[in-house]
Design a binder for this molecule. Structure first.
Ligand SMILES: *[C@@H]1O[C@H](CO)[C@@H](O)[C@H](O)[C@H]1NC(C)=O
Length: 404
């Protein structure tokens, strides 16, 4: 045992004794290290940043926009598509596979005006009129996806519609980008009329049957976890750091012996071996993802796993009585989601179980389309990064947008 440890120490110190030469960073994809704006610029697409979009509760959000594509060119009054990312993701996840594969580029080339949201707390939206994410962390991070749906989405949608002088837009959400949409439409029903059609990729409302073993394990301790997180002062989860980016570069690049471990971590989130993850792109993904989230976003999902309900955050008996006037949190009013909704889901999705999606689909008042990806191993994150995402999913999304 000791010998093994010794050997390990010697070999690692040897590795580090050599100057960390270029070797480590060789054969990297040229997009590694680029943020969302730089990525778009590198492919010569036009890009705009729109910052300081203020929510009702004082968060300042930033969006990125690709106003037109290389194959479509500029024009007046292009139809707007609003893209909303999932938990710990950000706008970058709509572009990081490049112009041939990523939804934001593809839509821009098809003639849409593409706007990408960034939820509070993620890389581009860590700002508030009075709270600092580090100094005032207990207050800044006091939100779940409920607030993203109730405040962030309305603020961004209002901004986009007023800036483009349009009446309505197409909304495409992934994962938490669908949950928060449902929250918005049930809590602020006036927004239903601003949506031409909503495309839900890997939709999440009910979570009772989700299969992710890690989340299920954590959910078993949700009360303890909240207590612990508060106790040690963890309010933020998985922020974007140089450190993770470097791990991506060194350990996950082509030829690195740990690349399969990196792939495994991604599969552990979304569903095991989908055969659709392009390993070469892992360091590009890891440049901007994870992008940060509040612990409460995870806890709120953990509560859904345990309760089987789609309802507001459970603060515990006393706080619930004060906030909601009831012992348990109230359920979201699904009847009020009157916008047209199209559901795209997959069998190997470890977070959005098909049974849960089907249950929700039955309750949605205005579901216009329900599409199960015809590839059994397709998983949660494949909706963003799969090798065959265009023939398997996006072509049907494009058809839908044309139709409505
Ligand atoms: C994986 O990504 C690399 C780099 O972008 C690309 O050259 C390769 O064709 C991709 N592989 C597949 C199977 O799409």
């Amino acid at each position: 045992m000791l010998a093994v440890i010794l050997l390990l120490i010697i070999s690692t110190s040897c590795a580090f004794a050599q100057p960390i030469d270029q070797d480590l960073f060789d054969d990297l994809h040229p997009d590694v290290g680029l943020n969302v704006v730089e990525l778009i610029q590198r492919y010569k697409y036009p890009v705009e940043s729109h910052g300081n979009i203020k929510t009702e509760d004082g968060y300042l959000l930033e969006m990125q926009r690709i106003p037109y594509g290389l194959k479509s060119g500029p024009a007046e009054n292009k139809p707007v598509v609003f893209l909303m990312h999932g938990i710990i993701c950000s706008a970058a996840d709509w572009v990081n596979m490049g112009p041939e594969k990523s939804l934001a580029f593809l839509l821009a080339d098809l003639g849409y005006d593409v706007w990408m949201g960034n939820a509070r707390g993620t890389t581009w939206s860590r700002k508030h009129i009075s709270l600092d994410p580090v100094e005032d962390k207990a207050d800044f991070w006091e939100f779940s996806w409920n607030e993203i749906g109730e405040y962030d989405l309305p603020a961004m949608i209002d901004y986009v519609l007023s800036y483009t002088r349009q009446e309505n837009l197409y909304y495409i959400g992934h994962s938490q980008g669908t949950t928060s949409f449902y929250v918005m439409c049930s809590e602020k029903p006036a927004y239903n009329n601003k949506i031409r059609v909503m495309v839900a990729l890997a939709p999440i409302a009910y979570m009772e049957n989700m299969e992710n073993p890690l989340l299920r394990f954590l959910a078993a301790f949700d009360d303890t976890l909240e207590f612990l997180a508060k106790l040690i002062g963890i309010h933020e989860f998985l922020p974007n750091t140089e450190f993770l980016g470097s791990i991506g570069k060194v350990f996950c690049k082509d030829g690195a012996i740990f690349q399969e471990v990196c792939a495994g971590v991604i599969f552990l989130i979304g569903g095991f071996d989908s055969e659709q993850l392009n390993r070469t792109m892992i360091p590009v993904i890891m440049t901007n993802t994870p992008a940060g989230a509040a612990t409460r976003q995870f806890l709120h999902y953990a509560q859904e796993i345990n309760s089987g309900e789609f309802r507001k955050y459970d603060f515990g008996l006393i706080q619930n009585l004060i906030k909601y006037g009831s012992v348990s949190p109230p359920s979201y009013n699904i009847d009020k989601i009157t916008a047209k909704v199209a559901l795209f889901y997959a069998k190997n999705d470890w977070l959005a179980a098909t049974v849960d999606v089907d249950k929700f689909a039955k309750q949605l008042p205005n579901m216009v389309y329900q599409y199960l990806i015809p590839f059994d191993k397709f998983n949660h994150l494949d909706f963003l990064w799969a090798i065959d995402v265009i023939p398997l999913a996006y072509n049907y999304v494009f058809d839908l947008l044309r139709q409505y």
